[in-house]
Design a protein around this ligand. Structure first.
Ligand SMILES: [Zn+2]
Length: 231
């Protein structure tokens, strides 16, 4: 008898009994077919339908600011709603597989076949080391798997931690947007359509700043995909 194998089997089944998988929204035990969120809670999630009014509103966030080809979001984020809880689980409770799972669902919304590569919004390297991962990379991986596209994490770097308060306000942005990103390998994205990925789109200031750096490349197009958008 392979003792090591049987110990493993016992341990994993015991863990299964002690900690059955629960819906991260209502804590109900999940069936084998349910992933992360139970079916009734999934029905209540504020999904954004492709080409809906909400999808149009998301695109409008960047209007008059920066040329963005397309904006794709899976959920409508409101303070205190289920989506805030989902994002919290991914970002702060390290539910990385769950981030990938919703990244795959987000990929189903992306109809533009001209996209060449995926770039997750970079975190500052110090912040990424501290957190242990970058949630945008996790979501990007889900999208990349589904669309069979490459991910590039090298060509744009974050050189500052966050935008200042002034830069976050919508109205002063043209005066104040100081680039906090740096395009490294401009030729990698020459003549490419890049999909820039983040967890949530709110004012769009950080994504705008990163897209500005990407657009310094030659004949580059940028689209944006986020798990959620605050409308
Ligand atoms: Zn539930």
């Amino acid at each position: 008898m392979n003792l090591r194998k049987s110990v493993h089997t016992i341990t994993s089944s015991t863990v299964g009994i002690l900690y059955p998988k629960q819906c991260c929204l209502c804590q109900k035990e999940l069936s084998i077919e349910e992933h992360y969120v139970c079916l009734p809670c999934s029905y209540d999630l504020p999904f954004i339908e492709h080409k809906s009014i909400e999808a149009k509103q998301a695109e409008k966030i960047f209007w008059g600011r920066i040329p963005i080809e397309g904006v794709y979001s899976l959920f409508n984020y409101q303070k205190g709603n289920q989506v805030q809880q989902l994002l919290h689980e991914i970002k702060y409770k390290r539910k990385l597989k769950m981030g990938q799972f919703y990244g795959q669902l987000l990929a189903e919304q992306i109809s533009d076949s001209t996209i060449d590569l995926i770039i997750p919004l970079p975190l500052h390297p110090k912040k990424e080391r501290k957190r242990g991962f970058n949630q945008s990379k996790i979501i990007a991986k889900g999208i990349a798997d589904k669309l069979n596209l490459p991910i590039n994490t090298k060509c744009v770097k974050r050189t500052a931690h966050t935008l200042s308060q002034t830069q976050m306000t919508k109205y002063d942005r043209w005066d104040n947007v100081r680039s906090i990103f740096e395009l490294n390998q401009a030729t990698t994205i020459s003549n490419k359509h890049v999909l820039l990925v983040d967890d949530v789109l709110t004012t769009g200031a950080t994504l705008e700043s990163c897209a500005m750096s990407l657009l310094e490349g030659q004949n580059v197009k940028v689209s944006v995909a986020t798990l959620a958008v605050r409308l």
